[in-house]
Design a protein around this ligand. Structure first.
Ligand SMILES: C[S@@+](CC[C@H](N)C(=O)[O-])C[C@H]1O[C@@H](n2cnc3c(N)ncnc32)[C@H](O)[C@@H]1O
Length: 342
């Protein structure tokens, strides 16, 4: 970023501090727009773009978090309202921050992350398109893709071990099943996926995504269920003891301990003896590279947990046998495996 655009926010009030960051960002983006429109060196434009995004996405958010560690939703909303017009007609950023389904991390937002591009069509303006590509290439987005890859590997090996009845809780787009069905050694005869989500649009999207790839004898059943309510009612997710494998990714990050404990109890009841639970959870790390940016630039708050907190939640939920916790390669998401005794 140019020296003339640098800002000092010292003791300013939050609105002034935010306005300054936004005004500086707007100036840099305008400069970038002119650069892209002209005949300038592409490499220079690329560097300027990366600098701009780092200033806005990472440094701006870190700075605001530092200045306002106990900020409330209004402050964050104000920042978002100032930077969104600057970023232009983005597809991914708009959906992630505007939350048209009423909650963060809806099926289409997640599927854009898995596909690494805006869906169903890309942003038309080159700068907005680059903004989306930048965000979809951040560590947090790559960690989600690593989580997807882990799931595909697990599902493949559970199929190989004879686990036929599988449930996905808060299933979203079911992109991992799509990938699985396109593998050379894809599951076939006798594989049943029971897919649970509370959003009709997510279930419809997943149905349309999977249908063309369904092999003979593979069944996908879609269920509209509010798992939050199911958990609190202390009921099993579905028929008690029915499932060989239950997996749940991208959902625990939105549940407080009380609800997560109940959900884990319900999962325990729903698994067959010897059945497996796979659960993913964003880790609470001081050095998380994108946490502030998610919160300030997309209003996307998660409940982060340490490994110790995760172990604690599992043991409160009678998973006494313990849980094996691995991490995806970037170390941002815990990948938990727990087995119900035979
Ligand atoms: C972040 S996405 C994760 C989707 C998928 N599991 C994945 O890893 O890609 C969260 C999903 O949870 C669903 N969801 C949110 N609250 C829910 C609830 N109370 N009951 C059931 N599904 C819920 C949303 O509709 C969304 O599809």
């Amino acid at each position: 970023m140019n020296k003339k655009h640098r800002t000092s926010v010292g003791t300013d009030s939050w609105k002034t501090a935010i306005d300054r960051i936004a005004v500086n960002a707007a100036a840099t983006v305008a400069e970038l727009g002119e650069t892209c429109a002209g005949e300038w060196d592409q490499a220079c434009a690329e560097n300027l773009f990366t600098e701009t995004m780092i200033a806005l996405w990472r440094k701006g958010a870190n700075r605001l978090q530092h200045l306002f560690p106990h900020s409330n939703a209004a402050i964050k909303q104000y920042y978002l309202s100032r930077i969104t017009p600057i970023l232009g007609a983005t597809v991914f950023h708009c959906r992630a921050s505007e939350k048209p389904c009423g909650y963060a991390g809806d099926y289409l937002t997640m599927d854009m992350i898995y596909c690494g591009k805006p869906l169903p069509i890309g942003a038309s303006h080159p700068v907005s398109a680059r903004v989306d590509s930048f965000i979809l290439d951040t560590s947090v987005a790559r960690a989600c893709r690593n989580r997807h890859d882990w799931l595909v590997g697990e599902l493949e090996s559970h199929w190989g071990n004879g686990d036929r009845h599988v449930a996905s809780l808060a299933c979203g787009p079911c992109r991992e099943i799509k990938t699985l069905l396109n593998l050379h050694r894809a599951p076939h005869d006798g594989q049943v996926f029971d897919l649970f989500d509370f959003d009709d649009a997510a279930l419809e999207y997943a149905r349309a995504l999977l249908e063309p790839d369904l092999k003979d004898g593979v069944q996908c059943n879609f269920y509209k269920v509010n798992l939050f309510k199911t958990a609190l009612s202390r009921k099993p997710i579905s028929n008690a003891g029915a499932f060989d494998l239950i997996y749940c990714t991208g959902f625990a990050d939105y549940l407080d301990d009380r609800v997560l404990v109940r959900l884990l109890e319900g999962i325990y009841e729903s698994l067959a003896p010897g059945g497996t639970l796979l659960l993913a959870q964003f880790l609470d790390r001081q050095d998380h590279p994108d946490r502030n940016a998610m919160e300030w630039c997309m209003n996307w708050d998660l409940i982060y947990r340490t490994e110790e907190q995760l172990n604690n939640v599992f043991s409160q939920a009678r998973w006494d046998g313990g849980v094996q916790i691995d991490k995806e390669p970037l170390g941002l998401i815990a990948l938990c495996r727990a087995r119900k005794p035979k």
